[in-house]
Design a protein around this ligand. Structure first.
Ligand code: NAD
Ligand code: TDX
Length: 334
C-alpha cells in the first residue's frame, strides 16, 4: 500500500510513520510536510531511509495533485495545531487547515484516492465540569477558537466531498494526545521541560479545565483501524477515557519528577478557554473492535517524562524561544 502522510514531521504524524513502519513494514510511505516551526526531520530520525520525504505545502495544488495521484491512500495530519497561536494570529490556520484540506480533497476526488481526515474533539466546543454527557458522533458542532473553527470547517468540507462527489473518505475526532515528539509549546511537554530547566510549571486560570488524555500510539492505532475497517463517509470519535484536570496533571508531573507537587504558578488564562472535553468512543470500539493499549495515564506520563529526559537534543533548540513568546502575553498571577 502506498500511503501519503501529510504533516508527517509533526507530533502525531511522525509517531504514525514510526508505528506504521514498525507494524506494517511493507507500507510505502511518502511524507508531505512544510517543516513549519512545528515540524522537524529530527522526528523522523531512524526511518528517514525507509520513506520518501517531500518538503512542501498542502495548499500547493500542483504538488498535492502529483503526490495524491501516486498514492493509494492519504492520511491528512498536517495542520496549524496550537490554540494559543490561533488567538495571536489566525491567518495560517485558515490557509493550512481550510485551503490545504480543500487542495487534498480535490486531488483525492480527481484520482479517486481513499482519504482519511484527522480531526479533533474541539470541534464540539466544551462541556461543563459536572455535565454527565460526553461528546459523541452526534454532538452538534460548536467550536470556540480560530483553531477549532478551522478544523470544524475542514470536517464539513470532507463531509460535503463525500456526499456531493462520492469521495471515499473517513473522519476521526480525537481527544488530547500526549507522548514523544510533541512540541514544547503544548501543555505536557512544556511542563516537563520547564521542570528539567528549573522553571515552575505554568497553569492557566484556575486549572480545573479537564482534558481527555490519550497516548499518541493509541490515537494512531485507531487511525489504522479506521483505514482498514472504517465505513466510507463515517466519523469515529477516538478517546481512551483519560479525563484529568490540568492542575492534577501538573501535580502528577511534579511528583513523578521528584518535586513539590505545589511548586507551580497560576498564569493568565487563555481567552475563550474550553472548560472540559470528554469522548465517548463506543462506536469505534464496538463497530471496529479498537481498544487502547495504554491503560494508565500515569504510566504513559512516566514514559513521556523519560523520553524528554533522554532526548534533550530534540527539544532544546526551540525551548527558549517558545518560553520567550509565552512571556509576551502570560503573567504569573499567583
Ligand atoms: P503538530 O503541530 O505537531 O504538527 C503539524 C505538522 O504539520 C508539522 O510537521 C508542520 O510542519 C506540518 N504543517 C503545518 N502546516 C503545513 C502546511 N501548510 N503544509 C504541509 N505541512 C504543514 O500537530 P499535531 O499535534 O501532530 O496534530 C496533527 C493533527 O492531529 C492535526 O490535524 C490536529 O488538528 C490533529 N489533532 C491533534 C491533537 C493533539 O492533541 N495534538 C488531538 C486531536 C487531533
Ligand atoms: O502552559 C500551559 N498551561 C496550561 O494550563 C499550556 C500550554 C496549556 N495549559 C492548558 C490549556 C488546556 O486546558 O492545558 C490544556 C491543554 O493545552 P494544550 O496543550 O494547548 O492543548 P489544547 O488547547 O487542549 O488542544 C490540544 O488538544 C486538541 C491540541 O493542541 C490540539 O491540536 C488538539 O486538537
Amino acid at each position: 500500500m502506498r500511503i501519503l502522510v501529510t504533516g508527517g514531521a509533526g507530533f502525531i504524524g511522525s509517531n504514525f510513520v514510526h508505528q506504521t513502519l514498525a507494524t506494517r513494514p511493507d507500507t510505502d510511505v511518502t511524507v508531505l510536510d512544510a517543516l513549519t516551526y512545528a515540524g522537524s526531520t529530527a522526528s523522523l530520525a531512524g526511518v528517514e531511509d525507509r520513506i520518501r520525504f517531500v518538503e512542501g505545502d498542502v495548499a500547493d495544488t500542483d504538488l498535492v495533485e502529483k503526490l495524491v495521484g501516486e498514492a493509494d491512500a492519504v492520511v491528512h495530519f498536517a495542520a496549524e495545531s496550537h490554540n494559543d497561536n490561533s488567538l495571536a494570529d489566525p491567518s495560517p490556520f485558515i490557509r493550512t487547515n481550510l485551503i490545504g484540506t480543500f487542495a487534498l480533497l480535490e486531488a483525492a476526488r480527481h484520482h479517486d484516492v481513499r482519504y482519511h481526515h484527522v480531526s479533533t474533539d474541539e470541534v464540539y466546543g466544551d462541556l461543563d465540569l459536572d455535565d454527565p454527557k460526553r461528546f459523541t458522533e452526534d454532538t452538534p458542532y460548536a467550536p470556540s477558537s480560530p483553531y477549532s473553527a478551522s478544523k470544524a470547517g475542514s470536517d464539513h468540507l470532507v463531509r460535503a466531498w463525500v456526499r456531493s462527489f462520492g469521495l471515499r473518505a473517513t473522519l476521526s475526532n480525537c481527544s488530547n494526545n500526549y507522548g514523544p515528539r510533541q512540541h514544547v509549546e503544548k501543555f505536557i511537554p512544556r511542563q516537563i521541560t520547564n521542570v528539567i530547566d528549573g522553571i515552575r510549571p505554568k497553569l492557566y486560570g484556575d486549572g480545573l479545565n479537564v482534558r481527555d488524555w490519550i497516548h499518541v500510539d493509541d490515537h494512531n492505532s485507531a487511525v489504522w483501524t479506521i483505514l482498514d475497517k472504517g465505513r466510507s463517509g463515517e466519523t469515529y470519535l477516538i478517546g481512551a477515557d483519560g479525563e484529568v484536570n490540568n492542575r492534577d496533571v501538573i501535580r502528577m508531573i511534579l511528583e513523578l519528577m521528584g518535586q513539590d507537587p505545589d511548586a507551580y504558578d497560576h498564569v493568565t488564562d487563555r481567552a475563550g478557554h474550553d472548560r472540559r472535553y470528554a469522548i465517548e468512543s463506543g462506536k469505534l470500539r464496538t463497530e471496529l473492535g479498537w481498544t487502547p493499549a495504554y491503560e494508565s495515564f500515569r504510566d504513559g506520563l512516566v514514559a513521556t517524562i523519560d523520553w524528554y529526559r533522554e532526548n534533550e537534543s530534540w527539544w532544546r533548540p526551540v525551548k527558549e524561544a517558545t518560553e520567550a513568546k509565552y512571556a509576551l502575553t502570560q503573567r504569573v498571577v499567583s
